[in-house]
Ligand binder design. Sequence first.
Ligand code: SF4
Length: 358
Amino acid sequence: MTVADLSFAETERALAEAGVRPVHAAALWRVWYGAGAVADLPAPARRWLDQHVAAEALPTLDVADRSVSTDGRTEKFLLRLHDGQAIETVIMGYPGRFTACLSTQAGCAMGCVFCATGQMGFARHLTPGEIVAQVQHVRRVLAARGERVRNLVLMGMGEPLHNYDAVMKALAIIGDPRGPGIGPSRITVNTVGVVPGILRMAEEHRPYHLGVSLHGSTEGERAQLVPVSARWPLGDVLDACRVYSGRTGRRVFFAWTLIAGVNDTVAHARRLADRLAGIDAHVNLIHLNPTAGFDGTGTSVAAADAFRGALRAAGLPCTIRQRRGIDVAAGCGQLEAERVRRARRPTADPAALDYPIR
Ligand code: SF4
């Protein structure tokens, strides 16, 4: 465990157990997450830090690779973890704001056929500290340019709801105003449709935006692209979204990757609109990022426009996401995929996962 795994209350407890007044937790968090310096710490807190955390504050993720899109708006980092696993974190610049896309696992067990991470298979869950450390990495990079990150989306490597407890703990630390202070209204948790996780978010009234990747509007269509739909069929996913929306009063953001000739016609759009009837929904249309392991191609601009038009005609709010960093392989997992592809077999059967939530 590193200090980035500690909530504020756990930091206070750790100090108390060492005979140090918990009030010094605030000074420690200023060092870890703010502008504080170790030299400014009260002596007892400094002694605790020396004895229990050695010289290290937050874990530093080594930058194994970095690439920037030709338009300069997408910057992707391949970050090496202490055990040699690598994850990807992306900074996306929009007019007046920056969004960071975070990883929650090294690899992914869900096996979505068009996704570079899915093609490489699952390695392990990230710890809360490793998720928090990505935010700190992004904050440092942007602070050096006088900028700061505004929004976070958990849509990098991994399925966040397959690593539920670590993700929720990390988000609580990230949202703590004494820490990074990026509040829940600026965070989106995106899932490929892990039904128990969606229901648990609803039950626990988690205050984050929920994104759900669909890509198909019939069970058969979706199963071609998202193997884990054998475990959690589309109908169950949409029922869970209705529960989530009903309990939390929040809109659900559905993601749909447009693949030419597969799921990009007006008929597909109309079927999708029918399936989403009665859900407070917004659809984000995403251009396919090409990957070596999938021979589908992205849809044309005209087809994307027609798809959006059909959704809007059916009364569904819809946005075509800007193409992001295709020239830096910005789809999740693409930087790491080539290296790993030769070394690891994909998870054999995502539908047979030993899922940790009920
Ligand atoms: S799209 Fe997301 S859930 Fe699917 S394999 Fe890739 S990382 Fe995993």
